[in-house]
Design a protein around this ligand. Sequence first.
Ligand code: PLP
Length: 427
Amino acid sequence: MISRNQQLFELSQKYIPGGVNSPVRAFKSVGGTPVFFRRGQGAYVWDADNRTYIDYVGSWGPLILGHAHPEVIAAVLAAAHNGLTFGAPTEAELEMAKLLCGLLPSIEQVRLVSSGTEATMSAIRVARGYTGRNRIIKFEGCYHGHDDALLVKAGSGALTFGHPSSAGVPDGTTSATLVLDYNNLDSLEQAFSRFGQEIAAVIVEPVAGNMNLITPKLGFLSTLRNLCTRHGTMLIFDEVMSGFRVGLECAQGLYGIKPDLTTLGKVIGGGMPMAAFGGRRDIMQCLAPIGPVYQAGTLSGNPVAVAAGLATLRLVQAPGFYEKLAASTRRLMEGLTKTAEKHGIVFCAQQVGGMFGLYFREHLPTSYAEVMDCNRDAFNRFFHAMLQEGVYFAPSAFEAGFVSAAHGDDEIGKTLAAAERVFGSWK
Ligand SMILES: *Cc1c(COP(=O)(O)O)cnc(C)c1O
């Protein structure tokens, strides 16, 4: 019998390209039929066939409180009753801006937008406008949304500018983007000694979560900070994923580095479409209506989205919130690692706060090339076996995973018991 999930996927492919509204949802990397969700509550989601899963995707990061947290839902409903959108300033936006500036010392002014892509695109534009330079640096494997200038792969030589990684992106748009290796200090020093005075900005995920999970090596972020300062280059921390996910002070607080600009998204919207970019006042003052850099949005600072974000950011400030989140995540990582080891499976895992990486390889990867070297067949097998067991991990070996505050001992215990069955019958 054909399942409801299969039925929906087949129909969706007729009306939506690939059947999905964002590519990774299509299960292309792991194969099989994507799960259509109909409901979420806490750590759990229910699919179209009414199967239950423990969810470690959390909508790719936003749901740090789990699904449908009652206080977030109440805030959203209350805001909606007062009108969905005005296209005019509201007091709640001021509250959000004050909160973000208060929580992150690097942010003196902030502007709200509707997606992470908009935030990074705008941050780069304002960095270019402020410096009057065109060139930017990004790192291979870091994802900053689908802005043209950032859909770029490395050029053929070590220090050649990039080529589009997507059709439909003009060469001219990416030819000012230099793509370097994450965690590689030598190439960074070389790039700055060669092009330093021409580089408007370096954009980096201070904890990389879009090539599985890669942590910054000791000295990587501080060297980056020093080089940017010395050359008048803007350092942009893309914390759309790591922001309020690795801790209340975000990755910049965790590693003690102050960027010039920060992009936020995911958690700060509490599951609604909201993101932000902010930083030094003198840079942010370049934005219209006071400065020459144009940036705008009909739904920017949307009251319903801001309400969800404010409710979420209120709850994550509870004492001990991040300690507990990190402890649950640690229990999951240690449990999975032990189980794999017991059954002789090549596997390792790590976490930063409430985000984690699982790798079917001997050692923790430190670069895109090393992540690419993971055993994908093993991951895909693990993914499908865990899905059968009612555990939903990201449907790709190259995405980070997320634990929420709703994942308690019970959910972690059930996940580890499922992993024991999966790894126990591996051979
Ligand atoms: C998700 C993500 C983005 C893009 O955000 P969208 O809301 O999907 O446009 C940008 N940067 C990072 C680091 C992300 O994880």
